[in-house]
Design a protein around this ligand. Sequence first.
Ligand code: ATP
Length: 353
Amino acid sequence: MTASVTMGLETRSLYKIFDGHRAVEEVSLQVPQGEFWCFLGPSGCGKTTLLRMIAGLEQPSSGRILIDSRDITAQPAHERNFGMVFQSLALFPHLNVEDNVAYALKLRGADRRIRQERVAELLELIRLPEVGKRRIDQLSGGQRQRVAIARALAQEPRLFLMDEPLSALDAKLRDHMQVELKQLQRALKITTVFVTHDQREAMTIADRIVVMSDGRVQQVGTPTEIYRRPANRFVANFIGQSNLLDVEIVGREAVRFGDIVIPVTDLPAELAAKKRVTLCIRPEDVTLTGPVAGRLSGDISFVRDLGSTVEVRVALGGQEVIASASPSHWSSLQSYARLGLQFSPEAATALSH
Ligand code: ATP
């Protein structure tokens, strides 16, 4: 028997319409208790609007929001007891770190001793026990970030909501904070939703990613599922690099590109019924060889040495296929002007054309 999973957050067919424009359309999500989810998509896809509806800062045009199976759609934001960290951080510059972190506890009327204990615990948790008496403007960007997180956690939120909280940090600090945030969330097991437009950040931090475009959910999955098995062309293009080959179907397990037949894994019935499909193949799944008759092959159009890998572009029937090769493999091929391309059937995902 499988144990039933408790849902920390649920949205049921949420819509938000601004002046006739659908910013969020039919979003139904089930976020299990304790998981870390990312809303990912390009600018304007509706991820902030979706988060703001969950936070209670924006009223849905229709649909429901549930926390621990309780409908909170009509509950005002201040009664939801959610921790929130947005890009601006909104720390109080005139208060010191301790007072910033204690703010929500004070509002709730917690007594002084409890406040002090809780603040000390949280500063320990964010690994800043020594800065309690400092003013906010005496902290680095990363320290401020951690204080904002501690302040949001002080009230023991049922849900932790973050909107691009790391985007103001430099690349190195941002990488570091992603790992810290993930570890902290794992330790505390608070259901978390994090908005970002940065696919690398989402891949690093999320248990599950919700990929959005034009207000709609395109795919929900683990970082590996989203990367290995994109649901459609939008996801394949938005997450990492991908080669999209337009091919003709010749059977359940074979397609044709020009006059070359390529074996593929069993095509899903709904795709096998079509004439053409798109194959998505990641650059690291393309194996380069010397040119072989009867196999895919093309002229080298561009080579870029990225240090740990070499990116090789090969012209194939009016488009470019990107392959990433190890430097040693590349050195055995670089005398060729034309290369053969191979990939295993399992590496290709068939997408609706
Ligand atoms: P970004 O990454 O740029 O913040 P986003 O994915 O978070 O983008 P939203 O801010 O949710 O996107 O906006 C989604 C759409 O809704 C956009 O077309 C935006 O212009 C529109 N929109 C957002 N808020 C409002 C508002 N208050 N009034 C009218 N339109 C709005």
